[in-house]
Design a protein around this ligand. Structure first.
Ligand code: MG
Length: 371
């Protein structure tokens, strides 16, 4: 399977409403679409590290540059027979998991299309009905939050995730728990706290949360292990899990009870599957998270969510949750309360609409040449 050409599209998509977390406030989302041609077959990937380096050290402009100048040229003309071979070809370049993921995801889409198989089947998925949850950002006030959690409960979502940050913390959870005593709820701290906040987490431990997601620094393992030893509520690591090696170390020192897998942050589907399999062998359940991205970005996450050790509703959302219009076709829709179907079409099942892609592209580059 020879990589012939790579095209990059840096796009900006307006969101329906401002998205507030512990690390930023976003009104548009930027991402990079990667079109890769392998043996004459195109495949599409999307990577969305955010406009600024506030979620992780990567950001869209930087990822575009490293893809154009270093990563894509290293693949052109190469025979790439597996995801592992692609990762090996890029291993001389340190870090940059989101940028590498764009190439890995496009390669997997091209490979599945060449084989005429849906991606979820190709990677060994067990069922294409994917359970998904509700995700609620930091809102203007608690009354607005109670309304949104109520809507998620009424819509049948089997779990609700609440963004959690200093000032929007234990008091917020107490109010939600008071209104919804039996709801499956967890909080996502997006690395907004330190071990100095131990008293706050001890208080939080009393509310029967399903998990506490990434309470401490984005690149930490050791302090998470110390915090986990103090709490009954399992910690879920997200930002910290950028590779199989990090996952191994986290599990070895008892830093978490869950792992949130993200194909972008892990450097692609290849690494995400490797982390999933390692967690399965070590009895650590996983679920799949996502970034703010179009259906092209969510497609590989849907495929990943069909694997056997995914044991909690995932962060994959219908396109109309965040956007007036998805850039991709088809858009993502709920197939029933709290579920989305991974497509049966070859590949991950999504591609950008050419007109919408052109309209939203702010920068374009082409590397290599199609036959
Ligand atoms: Mg998270």
């Amino acid at each position: 399977m020879q990589v012939e050409a790579v095209e990059l599209f840096h796009v900006r998509m307006p969101m329906k409403e401002v998205w507030r977390t512990a690390f930023s406030e976003e009104s548009d989302i930027e991402s990079i679409f990667v079109r890769m041609v392998v043996d004459g077959q195109e495949g599409w990937g999307e990577t969305a590290p955010y406009r600024s380096p506030q979620y992780s050290a990567e950001w869209c402009d930087g990822a575009f540059g490293v893809l154009r100048d270093w990563l894509a040229p290293a693949l052109i003309g190469q025979e790439i027979a597996s995801g592992a071979a692609l990762a090996a070809q890029l291993a001389c370049f340190k870090g940059n998991p989101f940028a590498k993921a764009g190439l890995d995801l496009a390669w997997w889409d091209a490979r599945a299309r060449l084989e005429g198989q849906p991606l979820w089947r190709l990677i060994g998925g067990v069922d294409n009905h994917v359970e998904v949850g509700a995700d609620i950002a930091v809102l203007a006030d608690i009354d607005a939050l109670i309304v949104e959690v109520g809507k998620a409960q009424d819509a049948g979502f089997k779990r609700t995730k609440l963004k959690f940050r200093p000032g929007w913390d234990v008091g917020m959870v107490r109010a939600v728990r008071g209104a919804f005593p039996d709801a499956v709820i967890h909080v996502d701290c997006n690395s907004g706290f330190t071990l100095d906040d131990l008293p706050l987490f001890r208080e939080l431990d009393r509310f029967g949360l399903a998990m506490i997601e990434q309470p401490l620094a984005h690149d930490d393992l050791l302090d998470h292990a110390r915090l986990q030893a103090e709490l009954d509520t399992p910690i879920c690591l997200d930002e910290s899990i950028i590779s199989l090696d990090r996952a191994r170390k986290a599990i070895e020192i008892g830093a978490c009870g869950w792992i949130n897998l993200k194909v972008g942050r892990a450097g692609g589907l290849t690494n995400a599957i490797a982390i999933h399999d390692f967690c399965q062998e070590h009895d650590i359940p996983c679920w799949v998270g996502g970034m703010l991205e179009s259906a092209v970005g969510q497609g590989p996450s849907l495929a990943l969510s069909t694997l056997g050790n995914i044991r909690y509703p995932c962060d994959i959302f219908p396109s109309d949750r965040f956007y007036h219009e998805d850039l991709s076709e088809p858009s993502i829709r709920l197939a029933g309360p709290s579920s989305i179907l991974a497509p049966e079409t070859p590949g991950h099942g999504f591609a950008p609409d050419p007109d919408r892609l052109r309209a939203r592209t702010i920068r374009h580059a082409a590397v290599g040449r199609e036959r």
